[in-house]
Design a binder for this molecule. Sequence first.
Ligand SMILES: *[C@@H]1O[C@H](CO)[C@@H](O)[C@H](O)[C@H]1NC(C)=O
Ligand SMILES: *[C@@H]1O[C@H](CO)[C@@H](O)[C@H](O)[C@H]1NC(C)=O
Ligand SMILES: *[C@@H]1O[C@H](CO)[C@@H](O)[C@H](O)[C@H]1NC(C)=O
Ligand SMILES: *[C@@H]1O[C@H](CO)[C@@H](O)[C@H](O)[C@H]1NC(C)=O
Ligand SMILES: *[C@@H]1O[C@H](CO)[C@@H](O)[C@H](O)[C@H]1NC(C)=O
Ligand SMILES: *[C@@H]1O[C@H](CO)[C@@H](O)[C@H](O)[C@H]1NC(C)=O
Ligand SMILES: *[C@@H]1O[C@H](CO)[C@@H](O)[C@H](O)[C@H]1NC(C)=O
Ligand SMILES: *[C@@H]1O[C@H](CO)[C@@H](O)[C@H](O)[C@H]1NC(C)=O
Ligand SMILES: *[C@@H]1O[C@H](CO)[C@@H](O)[C@H](O)[C@H]1NC(C)=O
Ligand SMILES: *[C@@H]1O[C@H](CO)[C@@H](O)[C@H](O)[C@H]1NC(C)=O
Ligand SMILES: *[C@@H]1O[C@H](CO)[C@@H](O)[C@H](O)[C@H]1NC(C)=O
Ligand SMILES: *[C@@H]1O[C@H](CO)[C@@H](O)[C@H](O)[C@H]1NC(C)=O
Length: 418
Amino acid sequence: MKQTIARGTLLLFTWFAVLGCLHSITLEVREGNSTCIKAELSVVLLITYNTSSNSTSVQVPLPNTTTVDAESSSCGAIGGIPSLVATFGFGHTLGLSFSTNGSLYSVDTVTLQYNLSDSSVFPDANSSAVVTVVSSSVGIQAAINTTYHCVSATSVIVGGQIVTFSDARLEAYMPGNDLSQTETTCAADQSSTPSPTTTRTPVTPAPTPAPTPPGTPERGTYSIDNSNGTVCFLAQMGLQLNFSYVSQSQNKTVQEIFNLTPNLTSSSGSCEVNRATLVLSQNGTTSLNLTFTLNSTTNKYHLNGINMLANWADMEAPFSASNTSLDYLRTTLGRSYMCNAEQSLAVVPNFSLNTFRLQVQPFRVTTNQFATAEECQMDQDQMLIPLIVGAALSGLVLIILIAYLIGRKKSHAGYQTI
Ligand SMILES: *[C@@H]1O[C@H](CO)[C@@H](O)[C@H](O)[C@H]1NC(C)=O
Ligand SMILES: *[C@@H]1O[C@H](CO)[C@@H](O)[C@H](O)[C@H]1NC(C)=O
Ligand SMILES: *[C@@H]1O[C@H](CO)[C@@H](O)[C@H](O)[C@H]1NC(C)=O
Ligand SMILES: *[C@@H]1O[C@H](CO)[C@@H](O)[C@H](O)[C@H]1NC(C)=O
Ligand SMILES: *[C@@H]1O[C@H](CO)[C@@H](O)[C@H](O)[C@H]1NC(C)=O
Ligand SMILES: *[C@@H]1O[C@H](CO)[C@@H](O)[C@H](O)[C@H]1NC(C)=O
Ligand SMILES: *[C@@H]1O[C@H](CO)[C@@H](O)[C@H](O)[C@H]1NC(C)=O
Ligand SMILES: *[C@@H]1O[C@H](CO)[C@@H](O)[C@H](O)[C@H]1NC(C)=O
Ligand SMILES: *[C@@H]1O[C@H](CO)[C@@H](O)[C@H](O)[C@H]1NC(C)=O
Ligand SMILES: *[C@@H]1O[C@H](CO)[C@@H](O)[C@H](O)[C@H]1NC(C)=O
Ligand SMILES: *[C@@H]1O[C@H](CO)[C@@H](O)[C@H](O)[C@H]1NC(C)=O
Ligand SMILES: *[C@@H]1O[C@H](CO)[C@@H](O)[C@H](O)[C@H]1NC(C)=O
């Protein structure tokens, strides 16, 4: 217990998000007139660095001003390695290098270089170094002459930093100047849209139940501030992650029920006119993004995106799950959404988010307070029970009263006739 608290304090960090909407970027490597590598994707980097007092994480989406560094990139002619090097900001780069065995091609290494002296991305960094980290086993692969297609978020750990690709279409060793029409769908997308024959989905043994269910999570209060310091997003909730991963120590898939601990969780995010994202991070090893969008035609908002990333010591590979076509917590603009009852929000087949005593307002927060709440159906049903009991009781009282009055009137009338 003591140890947990000490570690928590140590790892308690603030979360400076440079988080906008996810930009889809297009990158191309050319040689002469022909394109050999092309990528259309969104990339977010989760980088942990040291400030003078503690350790901090930032989420860095690759901006749409990202360009290809033509000098470092290569089509792999004259014995070189085909590689795509993207560059953005003050000397930050992300490089992918490819290889093929004739029938398959794959991303072999991911190289991340970031410049800690760029204080707009890394505020208060206590170093001004340009850090380079490399990961050599990646797992992005596709059949040659096809486009690798992966809508699901795929994360790669690069020297302790996390690179997450999503909504990706990419191809190397391209036969033409544009992405091939034929696509190889990544495994993560296949699990949700069962496609026949083509590829083997990895057979995972049935998950065993978690040894100790953690009970109801503590309720936390999270908010996002505008640039002018006013709160633009307000949330109070207990959150529980329910997901399965392959445990290294147990050498099998385990079902994990994990409660977010509010005072070990830092929050940040972004508020835009039609979209707001709350980013929660616990200990820099687990992060959860909740994205709400507003439909300005109907003046309703809903939770459409949930993104979870976990990088625990016992995991064989970092866990990442994302779904941006959800439709939960639908509410009218100007109101908050409330649900005291437990709700289970399915995200992907192996991850769901359980919420407890929840109230959120992602838009139009004024004076740091929740507006009038719209309650979920479950709460309304639960309110109905005391209402029915109440109605029944008052009905009973009424009947007794009427009976009493009739009785009195009768006896009164009887008295008069005598
Ligand atoms: C977290 O909160 C609990 C109770 O609210 C408190 O006892 C504990 O000391 C807190 N831990 C940290 C690391 O602040
Ligand atoms: C590139 O294309 C132009 C015109 O389409 C042509 O004149 C030129 O020779 C080509 N260059 C190469 C290296 O193929
Ligand atoms: C932060 O500082 C600690 C202690 O000096 C060091 O072990 C760690 O590698 C540093 N982390 C980064 C990301 O530089
Ligand atoms: C940066 O801070 C960490 C602790 O947060 C410390 O261990 C490290 O020595 C510091 N590095 C520099 C260059 O000051
Ligand atoms: C790192 O950033 C600083 C300031 O933002 C800049 O002056 C420097 O040139 C950058 N370094 C590289 C290698 O781009
Ligand atoms: C390429 O690698 C894949 C998987 O590692 C293998 O199934 C395939 O037979 C290999 N192709 C060639 C031509 O070696
Ligand atoms: C890929 O396409 C190129 C050009 O169309 C062709 O020459 C090559 O044989 C194809 N490779 C495979 C493995 O189909
Ligand atoms: C703060 O900024 C938001 C938009 O960024 C604006 O709607 C709000 O009125 C501002 N509040 C104050 C007190 O200036
Ligand atoms: C966790 O998810 C599994 C599989 O979807 C489900 O069977 C189980 O009931 C869930 N547990 C909780 C506490 O939500
Ligand atoms: C893990 O389990 C698999 C099959 O269940 C087995 O083949 C493998 O040897 C095990 N690995 C370790 C390190 O125990
Ligand atoms: C808003 O809702 C209307 C009616 O449901 C729908 O037709 C429209 O596509 C929605 N707009 C957006 C941006 O989702
Ligand atoms: C995302 O959520 C939608 C709606 O709940 C569901 O139909 C879809 O299968 C989910 N996608 C994945 C990848 O699980």
